[in-house]
Every structure is written in structure tokens, then in C-alpha cells.
Design a protein around this ligand. Structure first.
Ligand SMILES: [Zn+2]
Length: 158
């Protein structure tokens, strides 16, 4: 079998940032898959599931209410627990979506109250949600990348 594109990234040199993971085309429509990398692979501790799950609920809620809500296909965690994938209609660059990603993580950092979808009816594991943990990772991502967003954190390393 062929080695898929995301396994061809050098994860040993990958730092927290915002990257284009894939660009796909179906018919006339492009879909850009963004790599929202929160922790440094094989270096930082990976995110715990309760924090990652809370970021998923809050991030999806925010993005699906935002100015780009009609373009958002999917937002969800990577299996390695170092980040998230965001699929958006269009042929886009990290700079195009940076303001929305920054707003998403500011929303998480400042969120108070009950997490959207935190009930047995709405979620498959509703007790495994940590708002405190989500805020901690949102702050880390804002401090380490989003607030100054250096260009070299938006292009995959060789
Ligand atoms: Zn859930």
C-alpha cells in the first residue's frame, strides 16, 4: 500500500502551528484539510482525552456559528492527540483561516458554563469532558503560535 501524505511529514521537526495537510478536489470543488497542531509531536506530552474532547465540542460549536460556518466540513482530533484536523471547502492557505482559528481558541479560553453537547443524549462519552483542560491547551496554543503566528509555523518542515 502507498504511504499516505500525512505519514510523509517529518514529525520530528514539526512544531505547534497551522499547516495545510491536504488539498483535495472533487468535481469543481476544492477541500483544504488544515493541521491544527497544538503540541510538539514526540516531545510535549500529548493532550488528555477529556481536554481534546472539550476542545472538539467547543471548537465545532464556534466554527459552525462563525462567518465561515457554511464552508466548514469537519473539525475533530487527530488519533495521536497532538492536534486537530479542520476540513474547509475551498483552496485555502493558513493565513486565510488564521483569524477564525484565533477566535476559536479565544472563545475556548474565555468560555464559561456548561460545554455545548455535554449530556448523555447529545454525546457518546459526555462525562469525559474537561473545560479546564481545554482552556489550558487553548492558552498554550495562543501563546506558542496564534498570538504571533510566525510564517515558519505555517509551512511544513522538510
Ligand atoms: Zn462528545
Amino acid at each position: 500500500m502507498e504511504k499516505i501524505a500525512s505519514f510523509q511529514i517529518n514529525h520530528e521537526r514539526l512544531l505547534p502551528g497551522l499547516y495545510v495537510s491536504r488539498l483535495d478536489k472533487s468535481g469543481e470543488e476544492f477541500v483544504t484539510t488544515f493541521d491544527i497542531r497544538i503540541t510538539r509531536p514526540n516531545f510535549d506530552d500529548v493532550m488528555d482525552t477529556a481536554s481534546i474532547h472539550a476542545i472538539e465540542h467547543l471548537g465545532a460549536t464556534y466554527l459552525r456559528s462563525s462567518a465561515i460556518k457554511d464552508k466548514v466540513l469537519y473539525f475533530g482530533p487527530m488519533g495521536c492527540r497532538t492536534g486537530f484536523y479542520l476540513l474547509i471547502f475551498g483552496n485555502l492557505t493558513p493565513s486565510d483561516i488564521l483569524p477564525y482559528i484565533k477566535d476559536t481558541f479565544l472563545y475556548i479560553l474565555n468560555f464559561e458554563g456548561k460545554i455545548p453537547g455535554q449530556s448523555a443524549i447529545e454525546c457518546g462519552n459526555y462525562k469525559d469532558l474537561s473545560l479546564e483542560g481545554a482552556k489550558c491547551y487553548a492558552k498554550k496554543y495562543l501563546d506558542e503560535f496564534l498570538l504571533n503566528s510566525p510564517i515558519d509555523r505555517m509551512i511544513y518542515p522538510n
